[in-house]
Design a protein around this ligand. Sequence first.
Ligand code: CTP
Ligand code: MG
Length: 396
Amino acid sequence: MNTFEPSGTVAVIVVAAGSGTRLGHGQAKAFVSLSGRTILSRSLDPILALADETQIVIVAPADRLQEAERIGADALGRASGYLTVVTGGATRQESVARGLAALDARVETVLVHDAARALTPVGQFEAIIEAVRGSGRGAIPGLPVSDTIKRTDVQGLALETVDRSQLSAVQTPQGFPREQLEEAYASAGDDFTDDAALVAETGFPVTIIHGDPLAFKITTPWDLRRAEQVLQPAPGLALPRTGVGVDSHAFAPAENQQPLWLAGLFWPGENGLSGHSDGDAVAHAICDALLSAAGLGDIGGTFGTADPRFDGARGEVFLTETLRMLGAAGLRVGNVAVQLIGNRPRFAARRVEAETVLSGILAAPVSLSATTTDGLGFTGRSEGVVAIATALVYPA
Ligand code: CTP
Ligand code: MG
């Protein structure tokens, strides 16, 4: 399914076609629930947070393609991105090969990621992309081995200790210049459990960069419990929470005309709103609703009027910072609804455009509506506007 014309050069192949034998849930592992959402859905979160426009290729079991499409489309929401779902093979290596065959022509850097590493932080993806682009080589995340490692014989008798200073426990995403990964797969002989092994066997160097313990692979029931514990929300934040926010701004006086920014859009030919920032009442009401839902106070207390960063700042600056605060508190945005009350600007013609811009900033659906007050009050006299927003947030 293509929801977007791709222009990025990064692709992430998310392999999710394994059967999950060791987890023992009697169904494909990527579709097992991890604190209320599937492992596959959670594994897409950091990929969608990447600044680079990314082709996401989900490799799924043949009988779960529709479900994978739905999970991918839900995760994508209205964010810009490009989703492809393909059928996996009998081994991980075959699954990756099928994902590779589905890459868009423009892709230059390919990351291969195990859906089973559902809690991998976005920083690990960014570090791998940067390392591959900067060096023109494969880059993979790895952690030092902390246990003492022994070689054993077939009966399980301990033989010699292996020097662990030379060992690294490697994770995903593993990133490569596209042509190197394609060449490695084209000439693949043996079956390997990771992509770096194939690429290295083909003769290309692969660098190990520092991984993150959170990128552990959910393999056994114990791993799943551990992942659930990591996701345990702070007390009181277990359920979705709603919030409300209101903001009003006056139109600037005639002798001090300024451009109008409202709902993240520039409105040519309209008189602007006054305020310490750009006066975008819609963006400010959304921030207040989000902070209220998160229990993080309000916009006045968060973005002081003395802070020069917010002097004349666009609504987007406040929204982005609010979103960052929610993320730091372990919360995601469910959706936002805003109503604008005022005579001007005439909103209907640009409603969808504004919804697209705001939804893009928040990576969650934002719906907008507008109304007038039948000539009553300051909005009726065209002295200013009011925006009222509600928001739903829930544990990430
Ligand atoms: N994988 C895949 N296709 C396969 C085998 C594995 O896409 N034929 C994927 C899995 O979905 C997983 C990743 O490769 O995201 C790592 O594999 P692993 O943890 O071994 O998962 P499973 O093979 O599903 O588990 P098990 O080995 O316990 O059956
Ligand atoms: Mg396996």
